[in-house]
Design a protein. Structure first.
Length: 499
């Protein structure tokens, strides 16, 4: 009679938080390194205890010479998505597939008929669908008694708050907001995300004054001729209606759709009109010092001197002290700046902030602007890719930059990049030849040019990027040396801590 096989030793493995790729990857690596089979693992999350009181997998002795093989990037990306699912079997499923990949089935993900792969794809699709719904149906409401502060309540099916939060940080970079869900919350203070425990719907405002305006706008753009109630219910399930102010209008809009279509059919044809009316005043005289900086900002907000305004969200004007002694001029706003309306608010701005902080220079003491005030870009799907502005764009925006210089009256202008330098110092300026060299404008203002921080970020590897950053920072360091200008007198620059 054959002897029964010995029972396999079980081990416990904790993943906290359970949706974190880093937490799961670290735990799975420990188990894989020790050769622990998928059926030996007791997966636990958060502060849960092991049901079988199994010892931690870290106590298992690793075999001699054990190593963890590299896994395909596709699997890592799928794991990051599936970990957000609430299915308690997602952790053993992922480890089972990881084990198979590490032990001879490296191409298992290319087999759509495999049961594990089929289940993994289903989990990933559910998370992606939930992510899309959150991006589409979160509605912020203004916090009563606070300025530029908003809260939204949402009930996702899965643990996607950490996954979706960076999208909202990019999209609403210029305001302070919080998103509350039953299990998790996230807050954006204008510069960083912070996460916490979940909340309740009572913690979010029930409504705000903007909802009436939004409902009016939604009703005006509702096209009854394209009404498809089946598709509407599929894309906007009833469970999300409680989050949407416009949902209260839908029954009436659907009921009246047939009558509105007939009315549209019977209406006489009208000649096409411009989407946005042309600006009544010419901007060519904007550079004259005949008003305040705020008045110039308002004039620039409706600039139509080149085609860039049509695809942009808004004019991105300069910001900072109106009497700043130092003006920094960049090339043009990027995606984040276009959405937030603030110069140097995106990744390049974060790099500039790092350099200023390391040099002890307060950003608030400077005036920051760009040579071009609208975002020049091209779309690749949903992504807006930066394009270098053309000479006609720089020429059209030069009156606004000249107007800023005339009103701020800086003692020093630092140009970041070739576009800014040519706009300030003229078309003959060569950044490679003249970088870091002090020059004098016709009105006596001193200045020099360095690279744009975006150029630093575009370097191909970490070593080149760090070398480029040091070059950029060292060029800015000239602002600290009051005798660095050829004349022997540079402006005194406010340092962090000075008041």
């Amino acid at each position: 009679m054959p002897r029964p096989l010995p029972e396999l030793q079980r081990w416990s493995l904790r993943v906290d938080p359970p949706w974190s790729l880093d937490a799961w990857r670290g735990a799975a690596r420990e188990a894989l390194l020790r050769g622990v089979l998928p059926e030996q693992l007791d997966w636990i999350t958060g502060t849960e205890a092991s049901l079988l009181d199994a010892p931690a997998v870290q106590q298992a002795p690793p075999p001699d010479g054990a190593t963890v093989p590299n896994v395909p990037r596709d699997f890592v990306e799928l794991a990051a998505t599936c970990l957000c699912h609430r299915d308690p079997q997602r952790l053993p499923l992922l480890y089972r597939l990881l084990w198979r990949i590490a032990h001879g089935e490296r191409t298992v993900l290319s087999n759509p008929a495999d049961a594990d792969v089929l289940r993994l794809m289903a989990l990933a699709q559910a998370v992606r669908r939930d992510t899309h719904k959150m991006k589409a149906f979160v509605r912020f409401r203004e916090v009563p008694g606070e300025t530029d502060a908003f809260i939204a309540w949402f009930e996702p099916d899965h643990n996607i708050v950490d996954r979706v939060a960076p999208f909202f940080a990019r999209r609403f970079a210029g305001m302070r907001w919080a998103i509350l869900t039953p299990a998790r919350s996230v807050r954006w203070d204008g510069s960083a995300l912070s996460f916490g425990d979940g909340g309740s719907r009572r913690d979010a405002p029930a409504e705000d004054a903007r909802e009436t305006l939004w409902q009016t706008y939604y009703a005006s753009i509702f096209n009854p001729a394209r009404l498809n109630t089946r598709m509407m219910q599929q894309e906007m399930p009833a469970r999300y209606w409680k989050h949407l102010p416009e949902a209260h209008l839908l029954p009436g809009l659907v009921r009246d759709a047939a009558g509105r279509v007939q009315e549209m059919h019977d209406r006489p044809a009208q000649a096409p009109q411009r989407r946005i009316p042309a600006r009544p005043n010419d901007a060519t005289g904007a550079g004259a010092d005949n008003g305040s900086l705020q008045a110039l900002r308002q004039q620039a907000a409706v600039c139509r001197q080149c085609p860039l305004w049509e695809a942009s969200t808004q004019t991105v004007f300069g910001e900072g002290r109106a009497d700043a002694r130092i003006m920094l001029v960049g090339e043009q706003p990027g995606d984040v700046e276009d959405l937030s309306g603030r110069p140097f608010a995106g990744p390049a701005g974060k790099l500039l902030d790092r350099a200023l902080q390391e040099l002890g220079i307060e950003r608030s003491a400077l005036y920051l602007t760009n040579a071009v005030k609208h975002f020049h870009h091209e779309r690749r799907g949903k992504v807006r890719l930066h394009k270098r502005p053309e000479s006609r764009h720089v020429h059209a925006c030069r009156p606004w930059l000249q107007g800023e210089i005339a009103r701020v009256k800086p003692q020093v202008i630092v140009c970041l990049g070739a576009t800014a330098a040519s706009s300030v110092f003229g078309r003959d300026f060569n950044l490679t030849r003249d970088r870091g060299r002090w020059l004098t404008l016709e009105d006596g203002t001193r200045g020099y040019a360095t690279v744009h921080p975006a150029w630093v970020l575009r370097q191909k590897d970490d070593t080149r990027r760090e070398d480029a950053y040091r070059l950029f920072r060292d060029d800015l360091r000239q602002l600290l040396a009051t005798d660095s200008a050829p004349t022997g007198h540079g402006p005194a620059l406010p340092r962090a801590g000075d008041r």
